[in-house]
Design a protein around this ligand. Structure first.
Ligand SMILES: Cc1cc2nc3c(=O)[nH]c(=O)nc-3n(C[C@H](O)[C@H](O)[C@H](O)COP(=O)(O)O)c2cc1C
Length: 221
C-alpha cells in the first residue's frame, strides 16, 4: 500500500506531461514576511539537474538557457539571480554519481531512489557551512518531495543554530510538503516557512524581478 502511495505522484507526473498545471500562486507568499534577514552572513546552497534533451523549459525540459548561452537548471537559475542581487556566494549540492541528462532515464533513476529511500553519496560542498549563519536552500520538486540528494545533504550536515530560507521550482505540485520535511530534517535550525519562493518552472525564464521582490520582502537587497 505504502509503495502504491509513493508511486501515485510518479504516475501522475508521467501522465500529465510533467505538471503543466501551474499551481505556483498557491505557494508564492513573498509579501507576507515580517522577519528581516538583512544582517549576518549568508550562503546559497542548491541542488539542480538540467535536462539536456527537449527544447526548453516551456516545452517541458528542465533547463533554461542564460543570456550567455549557458545551460542552467531552473533552481540553478534562481540561485544565480539571488547571488547576483545579494553577492552571497553559491555552493551546489552534487552527487558522486552524476544523474543522467536524459529526461526519461533521470525519471527512472529518481523513481528507483525514492521508492528505495536511497541516500546518494554527495561530493564535498564547495563551502564551509560553519562560516554562515543563514543558508538559502534551493531544490526542485521530485515526486512531490525533495530529491533524495537533499535528504543526504540534511542528514550529513549540522544546521542547528542556523536560519534556513528555502526556495524551490516545481512543475505543478507547489512545495508539496517539503517545508515540513526540512523542518524535521534540520533540527535546531530556524526554517523560514512563511515567505518561501516557490516558482513554476514555466515561469522561471521571466522570474528575475520576482526573485528581486522576494529578496526585498526578506529585508535583503
Ligand atoms: C525526476 C523528476 C520528478 C519530478 N517530479 C515532480 C513532481 O512530483 N511535481 C512537480 O511539480 N514537478 C516535478 N518535476 C519537475 C521539476 O520540479 C521541475 O522540472 C524543476 O524545474 C526542476 O528543477 P531543476 O531544473 O533545477 O532541476 C519532476 C522532475 C523530475 C526530473
Amino acid at each position: 500500500m505504502r509503495r502504491i502511495l509513493y508511486l501515485l505522484p510518479l504516475c501522475l507526473f508521467a501522465l500529465t506531461g510533467c505538471f503543466q498545471a501551474d499551481q505556483s500562486n498557491q505557494n508564492k507568499e513573498a509579501s507576507t514576511n515580517s522577519t528581516d534577514y538583512s544582517g549576518g552572513n549568508a550562503l546559497i546552497v542548491y541542488f539542480s539537474k538540467p535536462e539536456m534533451n527537449g527544447t526548453d523549459t516551456v516545452a517541458g525540459a528542465s533547463r533554461v538557457v542564460s543570456e550567455n548561452d549557458e545551460i542552467l537548471g531552473n533552481v540553478e537559475q534562481l540561485a544565480n539571480w539571488i547571488s547576483e542581487d545579494t553577492n552571497y556566494p553559491t555552493a551546489r549540492i552534487e552527487t558522486v554519481e552524476t544523474y543522467p541528462d536524459d529526461h526519461d532515464t533521470l525519471v527512472d533513476q529518481a523513481t528507483t531512489e525514492r521508492s528505495s529511500n536511497f541516500r546518494p553519496e554527495l561530493k564535498p560542498l564547495d563551502a564551509n557551512l560553519a562560516d554562515y549563519n543563514t543558508i538559502y536552500i534551493g531544490y526542485p520538486i521530485w515526486w512531490s518531495d525533495m530529491p533524495m540528494a537533499m535528504y543526504s545533504f540534511f542528514e550529513t550536515n549540522d544546521l542547528s543554530g542556523k536560519t534556513i530560507i528555502p526556495f524551490s521550482v516545481h512543475g505543478g505540485s507547489g512545495l508539496a510538503g517539503t517545508l515540513e520535511s526540512i523542518e524535521r530534517l534540520a533540527s535546531g535550525a530556524t526554517v523560514e516557512s512563511e515567505n518561501v519562493l516557490s516558482i513554476s518552472r514555466n515561469d522561471v525564464p521571466d522570474a528575475q524581478s520576482e526573485v528581486n521582490d522576494w529578496l526585498k520582502s526578506l529585508g535583503v537587497n
